[in-house]
Design a protein around this ligand. Structure first.
Ligand SMILES: *Cc1c(COP(=O)(O)O)cnc(C)c1O
Length: 455
């Protein structure tokens, strides 16, 4: 059966999903309600009918990827929300409790982010981010949701209404001018949410604006999207699917590379016939599909799973691009793996595939100072160390210089690491102290450190 009509399920109506009615215990349904009142929850008929194996749903990676789990919350948070639900608290009270708990989950909420947005002739621009020299992120307001929500998503606060459409960019003209006045920008990355939830005619307006602006420095338009994994119908049977593919073609025809950045978390997402068809149709337009995913406990914490995923990707014509580490927000404790373990998974998977699939880089942390790759654990003299390098840095000069941290088998994030060999600080800390890590994330741009100063 192929689902052609998109049907969405949320906290409001998930209990009517036939597989839920048939399989879940009352306790499990209640758990979803408790967690789903705090973390965002949205799933659709394709994910339910074609991606999840309901005979073994408790262990199913796609089920855990989309359905809230009790263990995603700390016990006291779970308890507080559960008691409120049992005592029939009103909507307003539930929301108050939910927001209080969310604030304890490192949401990087509004307010913290007000400063240090990119600047155009003295005006702060909302809805774009420019952290790495070559690439500007663009957040179209109609693309700030997804076809289903990933339970690990670091953008979860925006889906709970806490800082909805915070970054939305309505004024394409300003973004164009920003690219024009920053000639080192070669790439614009449409992101969200998922820009491919937009109807084709809306996406077309944005893309055409950038194409028609005839920006000499703009070489690549990237679309960051989960639509292949969660709704491949977008490229096959949706009423504007053909028009969408035509739009991709027109980008290539304008001499701009269309880089389709696909988010796949598990090989199950690559096994349906409709996703294979969608991939072929996208590749026919001249676009190139690159793939990325975080490595996460309970979902894909196995070298075999990664090796199979990369292998399926290259066979379908997708280029493995990044393996990320789970971000330090939301349910990170449920998903996070120690750096060493993530590197072991990467290494064992990488060893299983031929060079064709070894285009992938990771595991990598998108941290305050940049994207930091864990190259591995080794001994130098009689000290055990992590070898690390920046794949991207706020200062481009940091990139591809190996540096060392003390070995720590439990560390899961950059700010837990200490420099090796008795050094006080990492080399980049004269410009970006790691003590900033907690309050500065990818959503921000420090003009005194980034490209605004380095050109
Ligand atoms: C990952 C990322 C990019 C793109 O980096 P590439 O290495 O070029 O893929 C751009 N901006 C931000 C903020 C990012 O996190």
């Amino acid at each position: 059966m192929t689902e052609r009509e998109y049907r969405v399920y949320t906290l409001r109506n998930f209990a009517s999903i036939p597989q839920i009615e048939k399989n879940l215990t009352k306790e499990e349904i209640f758990d979803i309600e408790v967690v789903g009142n705090i973390l965002p929850f949205k799933v659709n008929n394709y994910v339910i009918n074609q991606l999840i194996d309901w005979t073994n749903y408790r262990q199913d990676p796609i089920y855990r990827l989309t359905f809230p789990q009790k263990a995603m919350l700390q016990k006291r948070h779970y308890q507080e929300m559960a008691e409120a639900l049992v005592s029939d608290a009103g909507r307003a009270e539930l929301k108050l409790i939910a927001n209080k708990i969310r604030m304890e989950l490192n949401p990087h909420p509004a307010g913290q982010l007000e400063h240090n947005l990119p600047d155009l002739n003295g005006e702060k621009l909302q809805g774009i981010q420019h952290k790495y020299r070559e690439t500007m992120l663009f957040f179209p307001p109609q693309g700030q949701t997804c076809h289903a929500y990933c339970t690990f998503c670091f953008r979860w606060p925006q889906f709970t209404g806490m800082n909805e459409l915070k970054f939305a960019m309505r004024d394409t003209e300003k973004a164009i001018e920003y690219i024009r006045s920053n000639p080192e920008i070669t790439d614009i990355l449409f992101t969200g949410g998922d820009p491919l939830v937009m109807r084709t005619r809306i996406l077309k307006k944005y893309l055409n604006a950038f194409i028609e602006a005839d920006l000499p420095n703009l070489r690549t338009i990237r679309l960051g999207t989960k639509a292949l994994g969660y709704w491949p119908q977008r490229f096959v049977s949706d009423s504007d699917a053909d028009e969408l593919l035509q739009l991709f073609r027109s980008v290539e025809d304008a001499g701009i590379h269309l880089a389709f950045m696909a988010h796949f978390n598990h090989p199950a997402e690559l096994r349906t016939s409709i996703v294979q068809k969608a991939i072929s149709r996208i590749l026919e337009t001249g676009a190139v599909i690159r793939s990325q995913s975080p490595v996460m406990r309970h979902i894909n914490d196995s070298a075999d799973v990664w090796a199979e995923m990369w292998q399926l990707q290259v066979e379908s014509g997708c280029i493995p691009y990044y393996m990320f580490l789970a971000r330090d927000t939301g349910a990170q404790e449920y998903f996070a793996l120690p750096l060493e373990q993530a590197w072991e998974i990467y290494r064992e998977a990488y060893q299983q595939v031929s060079g064709i699939a070894r285009t992938v880089r990771g595991p990598s942390m998108s941290a305050g100072p940049g994207k930091v790759q864990v190259l591995g654990v080794t001994d130098v003299g009689d000290e055990s160390v992590f070898v690390l390098q920046f794949i991207q840095g706020r200062n481009p000069d940091w990139v591809a210089k190996p540096f060392f941290a003390k070995y720590d088998p439990e560390a899961i994030w950059l700010d837990e690491l200490k420099p090796a060999f008795g050094k006080e600080r990492f080399f980049f800390e004269s410009e970006f102290p790691l003590s900033w890590e907690d309050s500065w994330d990818d959503s921000e741009m420090r003009p005194e450190l980034g490209v605004a100063e380095s050109n």
